[in-house]
Design a protein around this ligand. Structure first.
Ligand code: NAD
Length: 385
């Protein structure tokens, strides 16, 4: 089949500020071509993640310049929201579109006749959806990298070190929020030899933290479980009580890694100014919840590293997965390929909103917003955050 007949998947170079990832890597090109699709890659789309144009070409992709992409694309695969120049009616875009943050954009894509598919709306608890779970694959990278960033910033050893001249005690790591990233952080910190404790307001996460070898803080807090396996937002009083309970453990830690999030809400404030002031000079906090709405600490500046007056380094680690683009892209590429395999039948796109996975990820189709949550947000005139 020639490319003009085949459904063509286009891989653009990402345009987001510090984005170094690419949505598809050469290893998955042949999977798509074997399924009857054509793959077209923008020149140097994978270069920042160390995937060369030649590697894509050897795997069966066609390499074209950015100006040629819009005319070729039936399906655009991306990490972040694609450039509007790429889009036209009848096209499908598959990316982490963050539709809850900008429902109006989803409305505009629908009006343009674009089918918008967002990996961040995948129903994650369905076991058949797990190979497509990009939030998990990227959070795994971020949790791992958070520990490396902390260890790099920490001016002392992480493991216990026994030398003829004496013994250095192992560093104490505290992980707050034990979802996917928190579990990856616990595992990595333990492999580096840290003494690791952890806390989460969901009892299930506390059990998971224990099972990967962390000591779970012995606190009395209300059950923080919410919908879909996620946390619920705590009431102001509950959140303040949690901060008070956590404070002495934060003060005793050399490194605090925070990952606490509640879907569609501001991240909870877990580490306030008093807690940071109680930490020893040279301690490090890495806040993976850093984003436009702040983070888990009072000192978090998204994308920035701040050293407080008392010598605590606070890393506002927005999107750490993008700082390890080779691993993150390889994992994302497997996720996106698994989702495409689910969306395509006999080389053609088969949108079926009665399918549970598709009902989750398809946000706009056939000229309208079809996702119930995004429709509701549009009707109420705004985003959740
Ligand atoms: P997330 O990024 O939304 O949140 C990170 C963690 O922060 C969560 O564990 C949450 O409970 C915790 N948190 C929120 N508020 C807190 C607070 N005030 N104090 C302390 N901790 C707080 O979560 P995630 O990592 O995307 O995943 C959430 C859960 O969903 C995880 O347990 C994960 O294992 C589960 N999950 C399940 C599947 C599956 O069943 N296949 C797939 C993916 C994720």
């Amino acid at each position: 089949m020639t490319r003009t007949e085949a459904l063509t998947v286009v891989v653009p170079r990402e345009t987001g500020g510090h984005e170094r990832r690419v949505a598809l890597v050469p290893a998955q090109v042949s999977t798509l071509t074997a399924a009857g699709l054509a793959v077209v890659v923008e020149t140097r789309a994978g270069a920042a993640a160390w995937f060369a144009d030649d590697a894509y070409a050897s795997a069966g992709a066609e390499i074209v310049s950015g100006t040629e992409l819009p005319a070729l694309a039936d399906v655009v695969v991306g990490i972040g929201r694609p450039s509007p120049d790429l889009l036209r009616a009848g096209q499908v875009i598959v990316a982490l579109l963050r539709p809850r943050e900008d429902p109006a954009l989803m409305g505009r894509l629908a009006a343009l006749g674009v089918t918008a598919v967002s990996l961040d709306e995948l129903p994650r608890t369905l076991s058949r959806a797990q190979p497509m779970d990009a939030l998990t694959s990227q959070a795994n990278v971020a949790g791992y990298k958070a520990v490396l960033v902390a260890a790099h910033m920490l001016d002392r050893y992480v493991p216990m070190l026994v030398t003829a001249a004496g013994t250095a005690r192992p560093a104490r790591f505290l992980v707050l929020g034990v979802g996917v990233a928190g579990l990856a952080a616990i595992g990595t910190a333990r492999r580096l030899g840290a003494v690791v404790s952890a806390y989460d307001i969901r009892p299930q996460s506390r059990a998971e933290a224990r099972s990967v070898g962390a000591t779970v803080l012995d606190l009395t807090t209300p059950d923080g479980g919410g919908e879909g396996g996620y946390a619920r937002a705590l009431a102001d009083g509950e959140e303040a009580a949690l901060r008070t309970a956590l404070a002495p453990y934060i003060g005793a830690a050399d490194v605090v890694i925070t990952t606490a999030q509640v879907p569609g809400r501001r991240p909870p404030l877990l580490v306030d100014d008093a807690a940071i002031k109680s930490m020893a000079p040279g301690s490090v906090v890495v806040d993976l919840a850093a984003g436009p709405d702040g983070g888990n600490t009072a000192e978090t500046r998204p994308g920035e590293t701040v050293v407080t007056d008392n010598g605590v380094t606070v890393v506002g680690a927005a999107d750490l997965a993008a700082t390890m683009p080779t691993a993150a892209s390889a994992a994302y590429s497997r996720n996106v390929t698994a989702l495409l395999a689910h969306l395509v039948r006999d080389g053609r796109l088969a949108i079926d909103l009665t399918d549970e996975i598709q009902a989750g990820v398809v946000i706009a189709h056939d000229g309208r917003v079809v996702h119930p949550v995004i429709t509701r947000l549009l009707d109420h005139g705004g985003g959740l955050s």
